[in-house]
Unconditional design. Structure first.
Length: 282
């Protein structure tokens, strides 16, 4: 496995890998790798023949009140994990490598960036879309792998790839969870013991909505009300949003129908956690 910091060397290494028609798989990350990331790498290994993982804490997707300096960076452990999983290249650029001058070209994906997390994180998805486009141009993968936990991000990237006719396939892999249902996230490490216990209520609330839907309830306001009751059990949970939207367009739904995304975000202490489920409703 190679660990490469520059765009030029990364492109050269991938060019060497392409002869013979080998397919390139790509897993973009900000490091602090966990089982969720490992599942993406394993999927890439299964579906492609040469796997690239990027580790880059992208400054352009952090808002003014989000402390990028506190984002965890266990780089050596991340590299060892990638090597163990059979990754071929770890692309680990600096911010200066990715943004060598003032960046005045941005990718704005409209509509699907406006609801859910977009309401409270202005500019976030502009940074995500732009850095992903840059990474896709550098790596030129055949397939790129994202997690369902970041459902809105996956929708945004799929839209960008389709609209710009980028020659790659976006693969969205299932959310990986702890035994109590909490979606695995690098931000879970910020939770103390009591906060960690209460964090499991996020998935419990999603399960509650699914139970009510299976029992015949379709009205979004009623489903959200039931979810709020579950979340209020956790005294340290501050709900940011609970939404029921179309899984492809992210348009709000008055009633759950078709392919529905039930998504939520909440703060517990300093950690902002998100989770979701997708239900195909008759």
């Amino acid at each position: 496995m190679e660990v490469i910091e520059t765009i030029k060397k990364t492109r050269a290494a991938i060019a060497k890998a392409r002869p013979g028609g080998r397919t390139i798989g790509f897993v973009p990350t900000m490091g602090a790798l966990h089982e969720g990331h490992f599942s993406l790498i394993k999927a890439a290994k299964e579906q492609t023949e040469f796997v690239v993982v990027s580790i880059f804490v992208n400054p352009t997707q952090f808002g003014p009140n989000e402390d990028i300096d506190k984002y965890p960076r266990p780089f050596e452990a991340d590299v060892k994990a990638c090597e163990k999983l059979g990754v071929d290249i770890v692309f680990a650029p600096t911010a200066e490598q990715m943004y060598p001058q003032e960046n005045i070209t941005w990718i704005n994906v409209e509509k699907v960036t406006e609801p859910l997390c977009g309401k409270n994180r202005p500019g976030h998805f502009r940074g995500v879309a732009t850095v992903c486009a840059k990474l896709f141009n550098i790596i030129q993968p055949d397939k790129a792998f994202f997690g369902q936990k970041d459902a809105q991000q996956a929708v945004v990237i799929k839209q960008m790839v389709a609209d710009l006719n980028l020659p790659l396939e976006i693969i969205v892999c299932p959310t990986v969870r702890e035994k109590d249902g909490l979606a695995i996230s690098s931000r879970n490490r910020y939770l103390d013991a009591e906060q960690r216990k209460q964090a499991a209520l996020l998935y419990a609330a999603l399960q509650e909505a699914e139970l009510f839907i299976n029992a015949g309830q379709r009205k979004s306001s009623e489903l959200i009300s039931q979810m709020e009751k579950i979340l209020r059990i956790g005294k340290r949970i501050k709900i940011e949003y609970i939404s029921i939207v179309d899984a492809k367009t992210l348009d709000e739904l008055d009633e759950a129908k078709g392919s529905s995304l039930i998504a939520l975000a909440a703060k517990i202490g300093t950690a902002r956690l998100i989770d979701n489920i997708v239900l195909d409703i008759e």
